[in-house]
Design a protein around this ligand. Structure first.
Ligand code: ADP
Length: 267
């Protein structure tokens, strides 16, 4: 418990620091991107002429660079819980199923994919796009951890209903979360790596292969959504990352659209 507290205080401090920088940088980048796009529009005919091809290339390069930088600051904003989330009641099972083609393409043929959905999964209120990119980040990490192939399993369940999901989430109350567990049969993580894995820019991958922002995005997004992230890993065995997303409380009462539902009493 104490180690967990220390960990979360550390993450809090890093989040404060990076969040401020990322926020200001992001605003500046939006000015750069907006101006380049404006330039491109104004110079339309000129850029189409033979002499303009060169200019078009400069503008393209600048835009590409600025967009990559904005992607980076976006992930830092996610980590520091300062991104704007568009949370809506979401069927996680459907969302996971909908990702299967993309996952297959991302993971390649050497990795098999199994997905196990609980029936009657509770709904959660999340930003579906962010959840998809979080799951993709986890899939990319799993792929990198299984260079010579293996198996990725995505399991969804309601916590507290199944024996397996009552005991394994240190201190979280059962009956409150939908869990998405992403497991791989890869290289696993040492205790040192687990401890630092969520820090922005922490990576064990070669230069150019990892930004160290994947798990940071996952962590920030899930925490901002009121959930929790847990990592279970064994070197040489594999890794499971579990996302606990708070169930939509009002679902326990009835099934009307969210706006019309009374606030459910907590149980
Ligand atoms: P990146 O993938 O860019 O390195 P992440 O924040 O996603 O950044 O991950 C940080 C580090 O955590 C990785 O460099 C790796 O050492 C470790 N890691 C993350 N996911 C896994 C996994 N599924 N298996 C083994 N190690 C992992």
């Amino acid at each position: 418990i104490e180690a967990q507290l220390r960990q979360s205080q550390k993450m809090e401090a890093i989040g404060q620091l990076t969040g401020g920088i990322a926020h200001d940088f992001n605003n500046l980048l939006q000015v750069v991107i907006g101006s380049l796009e404006g330039l491109q529009r104004r110079a339309g005919a000129l850029l189409g002429s033979p002499r303009g091809a060169d200019m078009q290339r400069f503008i393209d390069n600048a835009l590409r660079g600025a967009n990559r930088a904005a992607n980076l600051t976006g992930r830092l904003l996610a980590f520091s819980r300062r991104q704007t989330l568009d949370a809506k009641p979401t069927d996680v099972g459907k969302l996971v199923t909908g990702l299967s083609d993309l996952l297959r393409r991302t993971l390649g043929e050497a990795i098999s994919i199994a997905s196990v959905n609980a029936d009657d999964l509770w709904r959660v209120s999340v930003d579906a796009n962010q959840l998809e990119s979080a799951l993709l980040n986890l899939a990319v990490n799993a792929r990198d951890a299984m260079p010579s192939g293996g198996k990725l399993t995505i399991e969804t369940a309601n916590t507290g209903l199944d024996e397996k999901y009552t005991s394994q989430f240190d201190g979280l109350e059962p009956g409150q979360f939908v869990v998405i567990a992403v497991s791989d049969t890869g290289v696993g993580m040492s205790a040192d790596v687990i401890e630092r894995a969520f820090e922005p820019f922490f990576t064990t991958k070669e230069v150019g292969h990892g930004t160290g922002l994947g798990l940071s995005q996952v962590y920030g997004f899930v925490r901002q959504s009121g959930g929790h992230v847990r990592v279970y890993s064994e070197v040489g065995e594999g890794t499971t990352v579990k996302l606990f997303l708070p169930r939509l409380a009002s679902d326990a009462v009835h099934d009307e659209p969210a706006e019309h539902r009374p606030v459910a009493a907590s149980r």
